[in-house]
Design a binder for this molecule. Structure first.
Ligand code: SAH
Length: 250
């Protein structure tokens, strides 16, 4: 009797969740956070590491590394790294933050996923010893406060639809005193590439949860927030593509 009662409750609960999902009450951010604390964490920690991975993952690893290297080379070429503060919003496992700190910048690394942050801390400790740079924090990028000379946000916007992405860009701009660097999946490239990465995203619609953005829209948002494009690059491998923009305050 008791268990039947419980079962009904359970059914009601799953019905509610379905209803919430269809009403879009469970928002993208909740889904993304959950993903990067579970299956996404395992997957991306491996892709962003040096261990053995499959061919598609290896291709993505190489593509992502190119994006990181491009940003590192831009920042280093200005020869002022030791004088500036950098916020790495959605830092993942520290793929950019760690080499940036190594190169002398003061880095504030944060991510919405505590698992990614934990892994980032461990990697930093392994590579840099017990240094307090970068500092790591579990934080939604929309809750970031303070001011940084440069705000970087790599391969994060792909997880959010246009409207959310524009809100995020506005917030990131408000915390950057001089410069913002971000990457996104441009709409001009065939989505089929991402669709091939079968388990890129969780849930029944795992192949549709990668959002592409129109470059014109992103540039527009940056300009509306007082920034002008300076440098740009495109990373493209077989299964990975990412447009990188650097913009500075007008
Ligand atoms: N920028 C890193 C990681 C990219 S993976 C790199 O290029 O190596 C995307 C990361 O964005 C994940 O770690 C995920 O947890 C994080 N993320 C997604 N939404 C976020 C949000 N709203 N605030 C902060 N981090 C977020």
């Amino acid at each position: 009797m008791y268990s039947t009662h419980n079962k009904h409750l359970f059914d009601l609960e799953s019905l509610n969740i379905k209803l919430y999902k269809s009403m879009n009450v469970v928002d993208d951010k909740t889904i993304v956070k959950e993903y990067f604390n579970s299956t996404g964490f395992d997957r991306w920690r491996r892709i962003y590491g040096n261990g053995e991975v499959n061919t598609v993952q290896l291709d993505i690893r190489k593509g992502h590394q190119k994006t990181v290297d491009t940003v590192l080379s831009w920042l280093k070429s200005d020869e002022n790294l030791s004088e500036i503060s950098i916020c790495d919003a959605g830092c993942g496992v520290g793929s950019l933050s760690i080499p940036l700190a190594q190169a002398g910048a003061k880095v504030y690394a944060s991510d919405i996923s505590e698992k990614m942050v934990e892994e980032g801390k461990e990697r930093a400790k392994e590579i840099l010893g017990n240094a307090d740079n970068p500092t790591f924090a579990v934080q939604d990028l929309e809750a970031l406060s303070g001011n940084y000379h440069t705000v970087v946000c790599l391969d994060v916007l792909i997880h959010y639809p246009q409207e959310k992405a524009s809100e995020m860009i506005s917030h990131l701009c408000s915390t950057a005193t001089e410069r913002i660097i971000l990457s996104f999946a441009p709409k001009t490239f065939a989505l089929t590439i991402l669709k091939k990465i079968g388990s890129f995203f969780p849930g029944p619609s795992k192949t549709t949860r990668a959002y592409q953005h129109r470059e014109a829209d992103i540039v527009d948002f940056l300009q509306k927030n007082g920034f002008n494009i300076q440098r740009q690059a495109m990373t493209r491998t077989r299964f990975y593509f990412s447009r990188i923009l650097e913009a500075t305050r007008k």
